[in-house]
Design a binder for this molecule. Structure first.
Ligand SMILES: Nc1nc2c(c(=O)[nH]1)N[C@H]1C(S)=C(S)[C@@H](COP(=O)(O)OP(=O)(O)OC[C@H]3O[C@@H](n4cnc5c(=O)[nH]c(N)nc54)[C@H](O)[C@@H]3O)O[C@H]1N2
Ligand SMILES: Nc1nc2c(c(=O)[nH]1)N[C@H]1C(S)=C(S)[C@@H](COP(=O)(O)OP(=O)(O)OC[C@H]3O[C@@H](n4cnc5c(=O)[nH]c(N)nc54)[C@H](O)[C@@H]3O)O[C@H]1N2
Ligand code: SF4
Ligand SMILES: [Mo]
Length: 681
C-alpha cells in the first residue's frame, strides 16, 4: 500500500512574497510541490524558481556528508569526515580561539533561508554565549530600512492587497515581475480597473515593458526626482495641507529644499526629459488613491538612504495615507511582533559588548591585520559570490591562517574556501516559522521528508557545538518545534491554527496612518528627523550624488548596475540546470550606441573593468539598457563564469549614507571586446 500525504510549508527564500507551499509526499518521497491555493497571497501560484524546488532538493550535487579540506584553500579538494569528528574538531578550534579572544570568531549569515528558526535562533544563542563578534547584517536592506525608520518609524506601510484598488501605482526601483510576482498580480488588477502604472528604473525591465510609463533615470538619482515631484506639488498646490499640518514634522524646511529642485534641474541630474517629470508630478498630485511600491533596488547607492527618505515623504504631502489603497510599501516586516529576544537570547552576552563586523565590507575585515578574524562560521549565505569587491573577499577567504566552517546545501564558491563543509537540510527537511517583508501573514513550515544523506539543520549543528563547548543553559536543548512556538506570543499568533492552515494573518487596521499614528517618536511622518540630526547628519533628506556618478569619469564612462536575474535568487538556483538554461550565461546588457562606439557586437565576449578588477562575460546589445548604463545581471557563481569571476569583481565596499549598506549599483566601468582566446579558463 502506498501512502500519500500533503505537507504545508513556506517558501524560505529572500523574496517579499513568502509563498505558502503544499508538498505532496509519496512513500516518503516529495513528488509534487505547489503553491497553496488556500493562501490568499500565494493564490496557488509559485514562481518558476521555486516550482523547481524538488529538483533543487534532489539535486545530484547536494552536499550529503561533512567534508574536511584536503588541498589548498579554494582548491575545492575535500575528504569525507564523520559528523562526530567534524564537530569535535570545530569545537576544539573555536574553543582555542575563544580562550585567547572570542571576538576573533565571526558568524557570517544572511537570508539563504528567511526562517526565524534556521536563520536567527540557536545560531545567535551560540554566538552570544561564545562572545563572538556581532555581525551587522547590512548586505541588502539597511539603507532603505533605516531611512524608512527615520521617516515613518519602521518597516511599515501599505498592505500589499490594497494596491489592487489604487488608481496610480509608482513601481520605484523594483522589477516586480521578476522579484515580487505576487504584488504584480495586484498591480495588474488595478490596471484592469483603470489604474496607471509607472515604472521608475534605469533598466527597461519586463515590468517596465508592461507599465504605462517608464522613467529610465540614471542610477542613484531618485532623490532628485522625488524633490522635483515635491516642487511641482508645491507650485501647483496639489498638497493636502490639513494632513501636512496635523501629521508631519519639518514641512517648512522640506518645502524650502524642494523649491530648489525645479523639474529642469532634476531632469539634468536624472538624465530624463523634463516633460516626463512634470507629467508624473501632475499624475501624482491629482490621482487618488496613489500608491508607491518602493523596492530595495533604488537604495544600493551612496545616497540610498536619503533617496528612500525623500520618496517616503511623498505620500504625506498628498495625504495618500488617508486611503487604505494609498501610501507606500517598501517592507512590511516591521509589522510582525517577532519575539527576537526569546529566539536569540542576547542576555547570553552577559554584559559583554563584542565588536561589530559589517558584512558588506567582509573583504576588508578579513584582510585587516590589526585585529584579525581567526575563525569564520558561514551559513545561509554565499559571501564569496555576493559580497562586493570580490578580489578582496577572495583574498581574505584564501588566508591559510583563517579557520572557516561553511554550513551549506551545495558546494558554493564560499564552500570551496572552507576548512569544514557541513551538509545542511532544505526547507523540505526542517521546521521553520516565517514573517514576510511583502505581506502580513505568519507562515509555518513543517518538514515534508527526511533529510537526504547526513544533512542536518543549522539548529542541530549549533546545538551539537554548544554541547561540545560545555554550554549547559537549558535553552541550548530547545528543539525546532519549541523554537517555532517561541517566535510569537500566543496573543499574536494561535500556533495550533497556524499548524492547521500553514498561515495566520496579523490583525491590522486597514489604513493605519490615515490620522498620523506613525511609529516615530513624534507619531508623525518625520520629514525632519531629530534622531538623524542628533547623529550629526542632515535632518532633512537631500540628493546625495553617487560616489561614482554616471558620466563623471572619462576613464570609466559607463555606470554598471547588477540587479537580480529572474530565474535565480541571489546566487541560489544558479546550479539548477533547468533554470540556468533559461538564463544562459553571465551577460552584460549594453545599449546599441554604447556598443557601437566600442565596436562591440551582440554576443561578443567582453572585458568589463575598473580599478577594482575585471570580469569577462557575453555582451547582449539590448533595448533594456539606456545609453550610459550597463547591466550585469546577478548573481552568478564565480566558478560558472567565463573567467572564474562575477560582477562583484567590479563593485566597491563603500557604504551608504544611512544604514551602512552596500553600494552595488554605484559603480563605474569601461567595457571592451576581447578575442575569445584572451579569456583565461
Ligand atoms: N527572481 C528574483 N527575485 C528576487 C531576488 C532575486 O535575486 N531574483 N532577490 C530578492 C532580494 S534579495 C530582494 S532584496 C528583493 C528586492 O529585490 P531588488 O534587488 O530590489 O530587486 P528588484 O525588485 O528586481 O529591483 C531592482 C530594480 O532596481 C533597479 N535599479 C537599480 N538601480 C536603481 C536606481 O538607482 N534607482 C532606481 N529607481 N532603480 C534602480 C534595477 O534595474 C532593478 O530593476 O527581491 C527578492 N526577489
Ligand atoms: N552585484 C550584486 N551583488 C548583490 C546583490 C545585487 O543586486 N548585485 N544583491 C545583494 C542582496 S539584496 C542580497 S540579499 C545578498 C544575498 O546574498 P546571500 O544571502 O548570501 O544569498 P544567496 O546568494 O542566495 O546565498 C544563500 C545561501 O544559503 C544557502 N542556504 C539556504 N538555506 C539554507 C539553510 O537552511 N541552511 C544553510 N546552512 N544554508 C542554506 C543556499 O544554498 C545559498 O548558497 O546579495 C547581495 N549581493
Ligand atoms: S521565491 Fe518568492 S515568488 Fe517564488 S515561491 Fe518563493 S516566495 Fe514565492
Ligand atoms: Mo536582498
Amino acid at each position: 500500500m502506498t501512502l500519500e500525504t500533503q505537507v504545508l510549508g513556506a517558501c524560505p527564500h529572500d523574496c517579499p512574497d513568502t509563498c505558502a507551499l503544499v508538498t505532496t509526499v509519496h512513500d516518503g518521497v516529495a513528488v509534487k510541490l505547489q503553491g497553496n491555493p488556500a493562501h490568499p497571497h500565494t493564490a496557488g501560484v509559485l514562481c518558476t524558481k521555486v516550482s523547481r524546488y524538488i529538483e533543487r532538493n534532489d539535486h545530484p550535487e547536494r552536499l550529503l556528508q561533512p567534508l574536511k579540506r584536503s588541498g589548498p584553500k579554494g582548491s575545492g579538494l575535500f575528504e569525507p569526515v564523520s559528523w562526530d569528528q567534524a564537530l569535535a574538531d570545530i569545537a576544539a578550534r573555536l574553543d582555542e580561539v575563544r580562550s585567547n579572544n572570542p571576538e576573533k570568531i565571526v558568524p557570517y549569515s544572511y537570508a539563504g533561508t528567511m526562517g526565524l528558526v534556521q536563520g536567527e535562533s540557536m545560531d545567535r544563542r551560540f554566538f552570544h554565549k561564545l562572545g563572538a563578534s556581532l555581525l551587522d547584517r547590512t548586505i541588502c536592506s539597511t539603507a532603505g530600512g533605516e531611512a524608512l525608520g527615520f521617516t515613518l518609524g519602521g518597516k511599515v506601510g501599505m498592505r500589499v492587497e490594497f494596491f489592487a484598488d489604487a488608481k496610480l501605482i509608482l513601481i520605484w526601483g523594483s522589477n516586480s515581475i521578476a522579484s515580487n510576482l505576487h504584488f504584480w498580480r495586484h498591480a495588474q488588477a488595478a490596471k484592469r480597473s483603470g489604474a496607471r502604472l509607472v515604472c521608475i528604473d534605469p533598466r527597461k525591465t519586463e515590468t517596465a515593458d508592461k507599465c504605462d510609463e517608464h522613467i529610465a533615470l540614471l542610477p542613484g538619482t531618485d532623490a532628485a526626482l522625488a524633490f522635483a515631484l515635491m516642487h511641482e506639488l508645491i507650485v501647483n498646490d496639489w498638497l493636502d495641507h490639513d494632513y501636512i499640518e496635523r501629521y508631519t514634522v519639518g514641512w517648512a524646511q522640506l518645502r524650502e529644499r524642494a523649491l530648489q529642485w525645479p523639474p529642469s534641474r532634476a531632469a539634468a541630474v536624472c538624465g530624463v526629459p523634463e516633460a516626463q517629470i512634470v507629467e508624473l508630478a501632475r499624475a501624482y498630485g491629482s490621482t487618488k488613491p496613489a500608491a508607491i511600491r518602493l523596492n530595495y533596488g533604488m537604495q544600493r547607492v551612496r545616497g540610498g538612504g536619503n533617496a528612500a527618505r525623500a520618496v517616503a515623504c511623498l505620500p504625506a504631502l498628498v495625504g495618500a495615507w488617508r486611503d487604505r489603497a494609498g501610501g507606500l510599501l517598501l517592507s512590511s516586516s516591521g509589522l510582525f511582533p517577532v519575539d527576537r529576544a526569546a529566539l536569540q537570547r542576547p542576555d547570553l552576552l552577559a554584559g559583554r559588548r563584542p565588536r561589530t563586523i559589517n558584512m558588506t565590507s567582509i573583504g576588508d575585515a578579513l584582510l585587516d591585520t590589526a585585529n584579525p578574524i581567526e575563525a569564520l562560521v558561514v551559513y545561509n549565505s554565499n559571501p564569496v559570490a555576493i559580497a562586493p569587491e570580490s578580489g578582496k573577499v577572495v583574498a581574505g577567504f584564501a588566508r591559510e591562517d583563517l579557520f572557516t566552517v561553511v554550513l551549506e546545501q551545495f558546494q558554493t564558491d564560499t564552500a570551496d574556501y572552507a576548512d569544514y563543509v557541513l551538509p545542511a537540510t532544505t526547507q523540505l527537511e526542517h521546521w521553520d516559522i516565517h514573517f514576510s517583508y511583502g505581506h502580513t501573514d505568519v507562515m509555518l513550515n513543517q518538514p515534508a521528508v527526511a533529510p537526504r544523506g547526513q544533512a542536518r539543520s543549522n539548529t542541530w549543528v549549533f546545538r551539537e557545538l554548544a554541547k561540545r563547548m560545555g554550554f549547559d543553559e537549558p535553552c541550548f536543548a530547545d528543539d525546532d518545534e519549541t523554537l517555532c512556538r517561541a517566535a510569537f506570543s500566543p496573543e499574536a499568533v494561535d500556533f495550533e491554527a497556524l499548524q492547521a492552515e500553514g498561515f495566520a494573518t496579523l490583525k491590522l487596521p486597514d489604513a493605519p496612518y490615515a490620522q498620523g499614528n506613525f511609529p516615530t517618536p513624534s507619531g508623525r511622518c518625520e520629514f525632519f528627523s531629530a534622531r538623524l540630526a542628533a547623529h550629526g547628519q542632515d535632518g532633512l533628506p537631500d540628493h546625495v550624488p553617487n560616489y561614482e556618478p554616471a558620466g563623471s569619469s572619462k576613464e570609466f564612462p559607463l555606470a554598471m548596475i547588477s540587479p537580480p536575474a529572474r530565474n535565480f535568487l541571489n546566487s541560489s538556483f544558479v546550479n539548477v540546470r533547468s533554470l540556468r538554461a533559461i538564463e544562459g550565461e553571465p551577460l552584460l546588457e549594453i545599449n546599441e550606441a554604447d556598443a557601437l562606439a566600442r565596436g562591440i557586437v551582440d554576443g561578443a565576449t567582453v572585458r568589463v573593468f575598473n580599478r577594482r578588477g575585471e570580469h569577462h562575460c557575453r555582451a547582449e546589445v539590448s533595448r533594456r539598457a539606456r545609453p550610459g548604463v550597463v547591466h550585469g545581471l546577478g548573481i552568478w557563481w564565480r566558478k560558472l563564469g567565463l573567467d572564474g569571476t562575477n560582477v562583484n569583481q567590479l563593485t566597491s565596499q563603500r557604504l551608504t549614507d544611512i544604514g551602512r549598506g552596500p553600494t552595488f549599483y554605484d559603480c563605474l566601468v569601461e567595457v571592451e571586446s576581447v578575442a575569445e582566446a584572451a579569456v583565461a579558463p
